[in-house]
Design a protein around this ligand. Structure first.
Ligand code: NDP
Length: 333
């Protein structure tokens, strides 16, 4: 498959060029708002074409587009790609509003193209094993979950995420969307109600760099989630607890296939072996499977809308000091 990359971004350079190539695909062109940066990116990654305008896509025989510009720019690129009949893999959060995210999904559906949201964590071996154990009933009746997802934003990423609300800055849109998708992947349900508090420890300007929230799910399970940009020494992890057993993943919320996963029940505690499959490569493979109409683990466009809906509800709860019912447009929760 031949890909266009929209955005000469960090994630594209660090992970996605290699992920696409690992599936046997080609990155044909990179498009940036700045032609010099597009050319520099193309040169350093061995990409044949660089452009400052997405109009270039029409003549390059492209099959799919990967969008990793800042969040407020995703919609225009998705609508353009759909108009060209290109399959779309878009970064999270899909957009900065639910209406925009919904328009993106609808445009892809009308064009008959596949739309994926790049929620990479569900491709982690730990996530897949946790889902399987839960589905097998090994935990009994599920009662609670905890997501410790407070990291330290590295210096080279301390730009728009901390300063630009219009671009979708702030830790909630950046990380709570991942937590919503991870829990939905494991539990098979999305929260109906959230309560949250956010804070600014001084890293961010005019927005939050830390958020804690509690989510209630239709089954009655409650989950605690902690999102942060400001904790250099905190461990990340995800736990799910049931009446018959508990799963505890530590370090499993990174970009690489790191971490360990333990299962504990009345018989004792055992470490579950994790594979070392690259999360983003598996994501691209599953994008292929979706295009081929095969069963897949990809987060589709609607999953991206839903994870955004949860994050927006977290922000609303923090702003109003109230519990907020999550609004999922266009589909039952
Ligand atoms: P970057 O800040 O690296 O890039 C975002 C945009 O900023 C680029 O598209 C580029 O604009 C511009 N830019 C990049 N470098 C420079 C520079 N040196 N000078 C001026 N402008 C620059 O963002 P990320 O890669 O961290 O994030 C991009 C998207 O990917 C976001 O939607 C984010 O949420 C998502 N993301 C997803 C991850 C995942 O695991 N799924 C992980 C990290 C990010 P232009 O388009 O004009 O080239």
């Amino acid at each position: 498959m031949r890909w266009a990359f929209i955005g000469a971004s960090t994630i594209a350079g660090e992970w996605m060029v290699a992920a696409v190539r690992s599936a046997g695909d080609e990155v044909v062109v990179v498009v940036s708002g700045d032609l010099a940066r597009a050319r520099a990116f193309a040169n350093s990654h061995g990409i044949a074409h660089a452009a400052a305008d997405e109009a270039a896509l029409a003549s390059l025989g492209v099959d799919a587009i990967y969008i990793s510009s800042t969040n407020e720019k995703h919609e225009a690129s998705v609508l353009h790609a759909a108009s060209l009949g290109l399959h779309v893999l878009c970064e999270k959060p899909l957009a900065t509003s639910l209406a925009a995210a919904q328009r993106m999904v609808q445009a892809c559906a009308r064009a008959g193209v596949v739309m994926g949201t790049n929620h990479h964590l569900r491709h982690n071996s730990a996530h897949r094993q946790m889902r399987d154990k839960i589905q097998q009933g090994a935990l009994g009746r599920l009662v609670s979950a905890r997501v410790n997802h407070s990291v330290y934003l590295p210096a080279h990423l301390q730009g728009w995420r901390l300063k630009d609300k219009g671009a979708g800055g702030g830790v909630v849109l950046d990380i709570a969307v991942h937590n919503a998708d991870s829990l939905a992947f494991l539990l098979g349900e999305y929260p109906t109600e959230v309560v949250a508090m956010t804070s600014n420890s001084g890293m961010a300007e005019g927005m939050e760099d830390n958020a804690m929230s509690v989510w209630r799910f239709p089954s009655g399970l409650t989950a605690f989630t902690h999102q942060g940009f400001n904790t250099p020494f905190a461990d990340v992890g995800l736990e799910v607890h049931g009446t018959q057993g508990s799963l505890k993943g530590v370090g499993i919320l990174h970009q690489g296939p790191d971490g360990r996963l333990d299962f504990k029940n009345a018989q004792g505690e055992q470490a579950l072996p994790l594979d070392q499959v690259d999360l983003y490569s598996r994501g691209v493979q599953n994008f292929h499977r979706a295009i081929q109409g095969l069963p897949h683990d990809m987060a589709d466009g609607q999953a991206g809308v839903r994870s955004l809906a949860v994050a927006l509800a977290v922000l609303e709860s923090a702003q109003t000091g109230r519990s907020v019912a999550v609004q999922y447009p266009g589909a039952a929760a």
